[in-house]
Design a protein around this ligand. Structure first.
Ligand SMILES: [Zn+2]
Length: 686
């Protein structure tokens, strides 16, 4: 679940951005077994711009292909994983697996996605019954029922950190904030097609330009679907979405879990958020029997519910129809996908050309049947010795982290004890999960891609609803083995390191320790330290929301993290747009703590790399870290990320080094150089 390919989200919200991922990439290529010397720009002084020092020549050399929004050296690893996954899927697609088996479902799903002739021939016949049902809505009661029927398990607040759903609301089923032993329903704000409220409410020129192009896109989609008065309808839809956007919390507010911990009994919704007929809504959603929910953004529920009562019924019906078409554009005739790409790909992200259909097909299969593909992938590409080596490295990083906690002078013993309990109960999944999803209730037909997508979303929703109240499986994964990423699951006190990230150039058994600790070591440290970032530190060793801090420890932690947020607030990728230090704080803390632990782990290994092109072992460690973050990003995409992503841009992630004392001595960084911070200005947290 990477953060970039939003415009590829043609069929399901499950392919969205993530905030707890490491999103790393290393500039070395597998054949090199060490830092990528060719990428270093020696004319840049490390103390002035460490990011460009480590990556400058790569940045100049690499162009962004027309069908991409971003290039980083990590792209190469992602391509490798995609290619391998595609080969597996294509093999299955022609090998006629037994009827009813998961592998048969993989084959049928992929083949039905690839059969463009059949999709063209069908036209709108698959979507027509759903559009007719929307047209038949006569009153607000029926509207409430229809809105309830759109609810899907398509948001995920803390794991893959996806706060966005185009449906009115989104459901996330996860361990409870207040009862982490049982699965609990979380409801979250929704209703927007654009990635965030900012797109509707910002006064900045670049944002208003995007919004001005959005309305014609809405009209074009409606026209393609045969609606009359498409322009007028589009204007009303935009007006409604803008009103919805104004009720939404910002991303930085969404990340505050204390503000999100609001339990509402089902019967209380009518009084707490009047407007929407909640009984009908929950009936439509199949949730009438659920006693209570955690409502992430109460004021958005109040605002959106009131809008269901106050905005014209016809506006809501147009909104429902448009959202249905937009969500399925990728599996409707080509003109729909092309129009969607023209806006979401070109305008919103700056990409010039769609990815090839087979790549989009692989994404769809990974999204709906990721486990059976991952099972085959792990068998083929992740041998037991790779697993053993990765486990060893993770154990070393945890040990380094434990030592850092023990050595903290500002922290009281009682707080330290719980922090250490969190480390010792941490479940670390390496490579692939211990159990796999069964997909028994997911029916896939060889000639019905629209139905396959529809049923896929619905069967995942029902699987999640069926888990409510049941005991939590702490070893469950939230990423597939073929994903080049890593994740921290705070409510399970668990980490996942998929097979696809545990390979060169991230982790190269033939590279020196300095380089591996700088690259994968800092990624592992990053994920471990999410356990102790602003969000993670609110959960105890059992995954419960509990304040386990003494008041003075918490005060110190908050002061130190505020200092880090202020440091990131000064970073300005554009003259009119700065990084939001609060929005990216969890990731910045994880980067800093991860780098610190990786450095300790590297030092504890006692291994010294031979010099490479005059770079010492310690220099190789820091360069290797910074080469994780080299990237070329299209301007529109970078703007989008600065506003909607929990991660800071790669440049500032690389510059994390300026808070580490050892970096100063390693590169002889002096006062007056641009990244120089006096010792007391350097942020030290964990
Ligand atoms: Zn992260």
């Amino acid at each position: 679940m990477k953060r970039i390919d939003m415009f590829l989200k043609t069929v399901s919200a499950c392919l969205l951005l993530s905030a707890h991922c490491a999103f790393g990439q290393n500039a070395s290529i597998p054949e090199v077994h060490g830092i990528a010397v060719d990428n270093i720009e020696r004319s840049v002084r490390p103390g002035d711009d460490f990011y460009r020092f480590a990556n400058g020549n790569w940045i100049k050399r690499v162009e962004i292909p027309p069908d991409r929004a971003v290039m980083n050296v990590w792209t190469k690893l992602d391509d490798l994983s995609s290619q391998r996954t595609a080969d597996l899927i294509k093999d299955l697609a022609t090998s006629n697996p037994p009827a009813g088996s998961n592998l048969r479902k993989v084959a049928d799903l992929f083949n039905s996605y690839m059969d463009e002739a059949a999709i063209e021939a069908k036209g709108l016949t698959s979507v027509k019954p759903h559009l007719d049902a929307i047209a038949a809505i006569r009153d607000r009661k029926q509207l409430a029922h229809a809105l309830g029927e759109t609810l899907r398990a398509d948001v995920d607040a803390l794991n893959n950190t996806n706060y966005h759903t185009p449906n009115l609301f989104g459901l996330w089923v996860a361990p409870g904030f207040n009862d982490s032993d049982h699965y609990t329903p979380y409801l979250m704000q929704g209703g927007l097609q654009l990635p965030d409220r900012e797109y509707y409410t910002s006064n900045s020129e670049s944002m208003q330009k995007v919004l001005a192009k959005y309305q014609p896109h809405v009209a074009a989609m409606l026209k393609l679907a045969g609606f009359s008065d498409a322009d007028a309808r589009a204007a009303r839809i935009l007006e409604l979405e803008t009103a919805i956007a104004k009720t939404h919390r910002t991303l930085a507010e969404n990340e505050d879990i204390h503000k999100a911990n609001n339990t509402w009994g089902r019967a209380e919704f009518a009084a707490k958020a009047p407007g929407l007929d909640w009984d009908e809504y929950f009936k439509g959603a199949g949730l009438s029997r659920v006693a209570s929910f955690i409502v992430w953004q109460p004021e958005a529920f109040q605002g959106e519910s009131a809008l269901v009562a106050s905005s014209p019924l016809e506006s809501w019906k147009d909104w429902l129809a448009f959202h249905l078409i937009e969500a399925h554009a990728g599996v409707l005739p080509k003109v729909f996908a092309a129009e969607r790409f023209a806006f979401f790909g070109k305008e919103l992200s700056g990409v010039q050309q769609q990815r090839p259909r087979w790549e989009r097909g692989v994404s769809v299969v990974n999204g709906y049947l990721g486990d059976p593909v991952g099972q085959v992938y792990a068998q083929k590409y992740f041998p037991p010795e790779a697993k053993e080596k990765a486990q060893k490295m993770v154990a070393e990083l945890i040990a380094a982290f434990r030592k850092r906690i023990e050595a903290l002078t500002w922290m009281n013993p009682s707080t330290k004890a719980e922090a250490e309990a969190k480390l010792s109960t941490l479940y670390v999944g390496i490579g692939y999960p211990e159990t796999w999803h069964d997909y028994l209730n997911y029916e896939v037909k060889p000639d019905d891609i629209f139905g396959n997508i529809w049923r896929g979303d619905l069967s995942e929703y029902r699987r999640q609803v069926a888990r409510l109240g049941k005991a939590v499986d702490r070893k469950e994964w939230s990423m597939t083995p073929q994903t080049v990423n890593a994740v921290n699951l705070p409510l399970q006190n668990a980490l996942n390191f998929p097979a696809a990230i545990l390979q060169p150039p991230f982790y190269d058994p033939a590279a020196p320790a300095a380089v591996n600790y700088g690259a994968i070591g800092s990624v592992i440290g990053h994920e471990i330290s999410h356990t102790f970032d602003t969000e993670g530190s609110a959960f105890d060793s059992k995954g419960r929301v509990r304040n386990w801090w003494t008041p003075e420890d918490l005060k110190h932690f908050e002061a130190a993290t505020a200092k880090l947020a202020a440091q990131y607030d000064t970073y300005k990728p554009f003259p009119d747009l700065a990084v939001n230090g609060k929005q990216t704080l969890g990731e910045s803390i994880a980067d800093l703590a991860g780098l610190s632990a990786a450095y300790d782990g590297y030092k504890a290994s006692g291994q010294v790399a031979p010099p490479v092109d005059g770079f010492s072992s310690d220099q190789q460690f820091f360069v290797s870290f910074a080469q994780n973050w080299g990237e070329n990003v299209r301007e529109a995409t970078l703007r989008q990320l600065v506003m909607t992503d929990g991660h800071p841009p790669g440049e500032y992630r690389a510059d994390t080094v300026r808070n580490i004392d050892a970096w100063y001595s390693t590169f002889e960084v002096k006062p007056g150089e641009k990244l120089y911070l006096a010792p007391e200005e350097r942020v030290r947290i964990w």
